[in-house]
Design a binder for this molecule. Structure first.
Ligand SMILES: Nc1ncnc2c1ncn2[C@@H]1O[C@H](COP(=O)(O)OP(=O)(O)O)[C@@H](O)[C@H]1O
Ligand SMILES: [Mg+2]
Length: 319
């Protein structure tokens, strides 16, 4: 394996931000670290990067220990942090030149490497523009370019699509998939389960500092069993139904809707879990109509990682 995280813990004062976390990333895979805000993802990334020292445990990259050989680890690692580390008054190329020198890229290779990473991240045409004129998504792409300059073995992206326009988001996800196809190993953190589900081969689900499940997306989905997820978009969701009458509503639904295993509600959506959506649907819709809901649309799909998270923690991922 390329990366081995072994029993790593980190406290901030009395708060345990990362609690005895272990996982391994194989060469060439895109490994996802999925968890809500505050789960401990960035703290973990900071420890892998050697910016924070773990209280317990060790981290090995390509056999090199972050505690004993931090410089060897740094050389093999490209990190795209959540916070942008760019000079707005410099152009894209000037920023890359600065970072190439910081990372000891050999001078004779510098311009070729810069052209390459600009190409990979789709920024070639904006190379001479000042970073101050870039959108959030373009800055993030330039950060990825910076992280690739020294040809790392492992690329870590910490929530790379947060606060990014949809076009850049798609571009970033496509770029990561392409890089992995070319053999780069990627550790990708996110609280967007769709991204992780779409992009990552294996996933560790993290909550409150702990890894609560890990495996392939298919393996994780088995945690919720062979169930369908039925989403009903509704309007006129009476506040009384969601709030006060919640438990009662759920009990009534259980009684009147055959095949209903679980039911969740948020603002405009009711999500039902069932082993048989064809049996459930007519009764569920009739039940909702009888309670004053107006049905806008219905969709049936396999359970998402959201359902896995819900099952394991009782919480929604995006709370
Ligand atoms: N520098 C810090 N000082 C104190 N507490 C921190 C610091 N950084 C993070 N935390 C806390 O540690 C926990 C994990 O945070 P973080 O690693 O940023 O999670 P994530 O990246 O998954 O959102 C949170 O409870 C957060 O408030
Ligand atoms: Mg974070």
């Amino acid at each position: 394996m390329l990366l081995s995280v072994r029993g790593v813990t980190k406290d901030y004062g009395k708060r345990r931000a990362v609690d005895n976390v272990s996982f391994e990333v194989e060469k060439g895979e895109i490994f996802g670290l999925l968890g809500p805000n505050g789960a401990g993802k960035t703290t973990l990334v900071s420890m892998i990067s050697g910016l924070i020292r773990p209280l317990t445990g060790d981290i090995l990259l390509d056999g090199k220990s972050v505690l004993r050989e931090p410089m060897e680890v740094k050389r093999r690692l490209g990190v795209v942090p959540q916070d942008i580390a760019l000079y707005p008054s410099l152009t894209a190329v000037e920023n890359l030149q600065f970072w190439a020198r910081m990372q000891d890229v050999p001078a004779r290779e510098e311009s070729a490497r810069i052209e390459r990473v600009l190409g990979i991240t789709g920024l070639s045409e904006r190379r001479k523009d000042r970073v101050a004129t870039f959108s959030g998504g373009m800055k993030r792409r330039l950060n990825i370019a910076v992280a690739l300059l020294h040809n790392p073995l492992l690329l870590i992206l910490d929530e790379p699509t947060v606060g990014v326009d949809p076009q850049s988001r798609t571009h970033i996800l496509d770029t990561v998939a392409d890089l992995a196809k070319q053999g780069l190993t990627v550790l990708f953190t996110s609280h967007y389960m769709e991204e992780v589900e779409h992009l990552c081969g294996r996933v560790a689900v993290m909550d409150e500092g702990k890894i609560i499940a890990q495996g392939t997306v298919t393996e994780l989905k088995r945690i919720v069993g062979e169930m369908d997820e039925v989403s009903v978009n509704v309007t006129k969701l009476g506040a009384n139904l969601v709030g006060g009458a919640g438990d009662d509503f759920y009990a009534q639904a259980k009684q009147e809707v055959p095949g209903l295993v679980d039911l969740r509600m948020n603002d405009e959506e009711i999500v039902a879990y069932t082993q048989s959506s064809s049996q459930l649907l007519p009764a569920l819709l009739a039940f909702l109509v009888s309670r004053g809901f107006k049905i806008q649309s219905v969709s049936v799909k396999e359970p998402s990682l959201e359902a896995v998270f819900l099952k394991l923690t009782g919480k929604r991922l995006r709370d």
